[in-house]
Design a protein around this ligand. Sequence first.
Ligand SMILES: Cc1cc2nc3c(=O)[nH]c(=O)nc-3n(C[C@H](O)[C@H](O)[C@H](O)COP(=O)(O)OP(=O)(O)OC[C@H]3O[C@@H](n4cnc5c(N)ncnc54)[C@H](O)[C@@H]3O)c2cc1C
Length: 389
Amino acid sequence: MSSSTPPVTSPTTPRSDVVIVGAGIIGLAHAFEALSNGLSVTVLDRDRRPVGASVRNFGHCCISAQDGELLALAQRSRPGWLRAAEASGIWAAEAGTLVVARSATEAAVLEELHAERGGDAVRLRSAAQTAEALGRAAGEDGDLVGGAVLPADLRVDPREAAPGLARWVAEQPRGRILWGTAVTGVESGTVHTTRGPVHGDRILVCVGHDLDHLLPDVAEDHGIQRCRLTMARAAAPEGFRTDSAVLTATSMLRYDAFTARPSAARLREEVLGHSAELLEIGANVMFTRQPDGTLLIGDSHHYDATTPPFVDERTYELLIDAVARVLGVPRLRILERWQGVYASSPRGPLLVRDLAPGVRAISVTSGIGMTLSFGLAAATFDGTLAATA
Ligand SMILES: Cc1cc2nc3c(=O)[nH]c(=O)nc-3n(C[C@H](O)[C@H](O)[C@H](O)COP(=O)(O)OP(=O)(O)OC[C@H]3O[C@@H](n4cnc5c(N)ncnc54)[C@H](O)[C@@H]3O)c2cc1C
């Protein structure tokens, strides 16, 4: 920082009703909800714009694939996303999810979910309908059996959603974002930053996986690890047009709505038989279409206390080949590659921890923060979000 840069906080910096640490989707959804409730908000982020997990993902609000309490929270998130999109002008499409079935077992899991949730929530598709949605010939490789559309799911553009919401927050008379302001500690009423103290009645720490840096004891107590995911952006094959997120068998092995079905155990054995390498890299072979027509494809999951910077090219080969097979094309033209990180914990999908009176840390520890963000924010401000053990 140049010596002429003015401090962004000073003794005259106004106190806010709510101070939020972290301008990722969790912090910004809370800022949106607080401002919607007429509260004044200051958001602090150490970076100059959102570059964390919230811009590196698929932009998939994967509501229907959740089960139990997380399903309820995800369902609560949906109207929040739509309201925020309307207010801020970001793209949010009620595009749903297409789950592709490429074997009788995969189709059985989808049929079981259909029987459980009903035809409005899970619409079964024939092989021809699935092929049409993918823009490929029906059963070209003899490998499309059917599919299902989950219409409640939403799609957003991850590169635009958090930055667009941040812009909206900063434009509100009661909203403020201080970029380039790293938080070093929190206590009741005060957030300590690299630019001086910031005061607020209520403090929400929403730093995602960086909780292990800011509050290492809290992160360790919740068993938080960093989950590293590899992603790529590819040119879409000609004919591919759907805005639905596309999930496959490996996705079904990762989301509770599918793993709770009777045929899920058989599906795991089947995938292990034909795609053991995909399971070894923790693959969730899926893809989403960006508003510019390109595809976000991924992903793998590797868990560690910290994130090695190196990505084994074999991981990319496996994922890219798997997506190409679903799309019925020999290869994909890759435009970009990157890694993303999210907080993960074997103790549970959420960390909600009261640190001091009026100070709370909220991290999603299960890789579904885009899905839950606005549901969590609504529950925070109506007082129904309980602290986790
Ligand atoms: C590759 C990938 C794919 C994913 N796909 C999906 C998906 O399809 N659907 C879904 O629901 N979820 C998905 N997720 C998970 C989702 O992206 C995350 O759960 C969510 O983005 C977490 O949001 P966050 O705001 O907690 O964290 P982040 O977006 O990481 O934001 C945290 C912010 O805190 C700031 N910060 C950290 N420490 C400090 C500090 N000391 N002081 C000030 N600021 C600080 C950081 O700069 C950052 O801006 C995916 C994640 C990845 C990585």
